[in-house]
Design a protein around this ligand. Structure first.
Ligand code: ITT
Length: 200
């Protein structure tokens, strides 16, 4: 029988990407909702690593499955790394990304392209049955655009511009984004670690 893997996220945009990236791993993948787990982990860590582990450990209390969690965000150099670990909570958790994205564009008004550098960061934490912990990290570099572009992806994707591709990450297909994204990189590294640790 296939092993069960629960991915501890309530973000559906992330979950779509995760399913695609992990589809060749020999496990049955469940979101928190599908696993019937209700949790409200307080993400009070100062780093992506700490928060990913907080989420994974909180979910692991409810299941014997392999548990993974993703903590990710956007770091804008000109803003001293903001919104960083606060990316989901920036301007309020329920504020639309139209508003969040426009606010960041406004804060960078008049700033030249070479100073608009930014990166998406993704840290994945795994808690294995028995309690062993694994982590992996991926980043993608880009610049903050001067307007929203594209309908794909989620969150800050419409303002995250990739100069070498001439488009934002919201203008890529999910498959294209997964090949180069922070989440794609972190999850492919995690896949190898899980294969080694659990002979998957
Ligand atoms: P979970 O904690 O339930 O997984 P969340 O959305 O609260 O969901 P995070 O705390 O990790 O997750 O916050 C990540 C935020 O960073 C996310 O809500 C987006 O605003 C942003 N983000 C992360 N990856 C992104 C991506 O690939 N594209 C666009 N925005 C991204």
């Amino acid at each position: 029988m296939k092993k069960k893997l629960v991915f501890a996220t309530g973000n559906e945009g992330k979950m779509r990407e995760i399913r695609e990236i992990l589809k060749d791993l020999d496990v049955d993948i469940y979101s928190l909702k599908e696993a019937g787990i209700q949790m409200d982990a307080e993400e009070n860590g100062k780093t992506f690593e700490e928060n990913a582990l907080i989420k994974a450990r909180a979910a692991a209390e409810h299941t014997d499955a392999i548990v993974l969690a993703d903590d990710s965000g956007l770091e804008i150099d000109y803003l001293g790394g903001e919104p960083g670990v606060y990316s989901a909570r920036y301007l309020g958790e329920d504020t639309s990304y139209r508003i969040k994205n426009q606010n960041l564009i406004d804060r960078l008004e008049g700033v030249p392209a070479e100073q608009r550098t930014a990166r998406f960061v993704c840290v994945i934490a795994a808690v294995l049955p028995g309690g062993r912990v694994l982590t992996s990290r991926g980043t993608i570099e880009g610049i903050i655009g001067t307007e929203e572009r594209g309908e794909g992806g989620f969150g800050y994707d419409p303002i995250f511009f990739l100069p070498e591709y001439g488009c934002s990450t919201a203008e890529l297909s999910m498959e294209q984004k997964n090949v180069i994204s922070h989440r794609g990189k972190a999850l492919r590294e995690m896949k190898e670690k899980l294969r080694d640790a659990l002979a998957l």
